[in-house]
Ligand binder design. Structure first.
Ligand code: AMP
Length: 187
């Protein structure tokens, strides 16, 4: 029987960002996901970093599931490369579907949607309603201000000291997939 491939859910920008480092990290992440025997769950649109991850993951042998709210179909169009495109009524249902399918979450740089998705999973982990690994890829230090904000939240008594242990922060996509493999007992 074919061994089940765990699914990594990637949250990232629907834009490419400034400079080539972000798209490079997105392509390397997609490549590592496929090469290390994972499948991809993502937001379904072939735009920005989302598209880069999905193309690279597919090219590296991953099955790709896109989860796309109906109203975003034209703004963030899917591609024929996705085996499964799940259309949802709204962003909230999309997040629920992505969370339900994922064995791990990896977050690349992105905009407000990406931050919303990161806080959704990390705040759920804080409440112990989610226990999949969460890894933040800190391309060129992009997430240093976010980590500093979370440290300030802890220092000011709004969250416990264990908060920073709810997620791993790594520099490269390869490290992110290695952390996931270790946490899922595949390393
Ligand atoms: P962004 O990081 O803003 O480029 O968005 C990344 C993905 O998150 C895109 O698919 C957006 O459509 C989506 N998104 C934007 N706003 C939200 C939100 N409030 N909740 C969930 N997803 C969102």
């Amino acid at each position: 029987m074919e061994k089940k491939r765990p699914k990594i859910c990637v949250f990232c920008g629907s834009s490419l960002g400034r400079g080539p480092a972000y798209a490079d990290a997105a392509r390397r992440l997609g490549g590592a996901i496929g090469a290390q025997g994972y499948d991809l769950v993502f937001g379904g649109g072939y735009v920005g970093l989302m598209g880069e991850v999905a193309h690279a993951a597919k090219a590296a042998g991953a099955h790709v599931t896109g989860v796309l709210p109906v109203f975003l179909r034209h703004l963030e169009p899917p591609s024929a490369e996705e085996e499964i495109v799940l259309l949802t009524a709204d962003l909230q249902e999309r997040k629920r579907e992505m969370l339900a399918r994922a064995d791990a979450f990896v977050v690349l740089p992105g905009g407000l949607g990406t931050l919303d998705e990161f806080f959704e999973v990390v705040s759920s982990a804080q409440l112990k309603t989610l226990d999949q690994p969460i890894v933040l890829i800190d391309t060129d230090g992009f997430y240093a201000p976010l980590a500093a904000l979370i440290d300030a939240v802890v220092a000011e008594g709004f969250a416990g000291a264990a908060t920073s242990a709810l997620y791993a922060r790594v520099a490269t996509p390869e490290e992110a997939v290695a952390v996931v493999s270790q946490r899922l007992g595949r390393a």
